[in-house]
Write a protein that binds this ligand. Sequence first.
Ligand code: AMP
Ligand code: ZN
Length: 116
Amino acid sequence: MSSKDCLFCRILAGEIPADIIYESDTAIAFRDINPQASTHVLIIPRKHIATINALDESDAQQVGELFLAAKQVASQEGVAERGYRVVMNCNAGAGQTVFHLHLHLLGGRDLSWPPG
Ligand code: AMP
Ligand code: ZN
């Protein structure tokens, strides 16, 4: 998929509005349009990568920076101490609907385990 067809690349390009709450050289974070918890933020790399399966060795730093962004977002959202979850769905069988890598950060309520 080219970036012009990708929803999250279009958010990155400013073509589609989003409530962006964090930006770095390599990643941005914005609020999920259909939140599943009082804090539900998506953290995405600026680089278009469709799924975990498409990662290669050169993406290792990029992926690490998504988690550092998650740490920062959890702190600024006030959920770091109580606890939060980060989830990355891979492919349709796991519920992935947008094929641009993204971490979900969920917090602000008790989260059960295992997930559905
Ligand atoms: P996934 O199902 O893991 O691929 O997650 C995709 C997420 O993107 C879902 O939680 C959607 O609610 C969210 N989403 C879809 N469109 C938008 C949008 N325009 N702005 C913010 N979040 C979106
Ligand atoms: Zn994309």
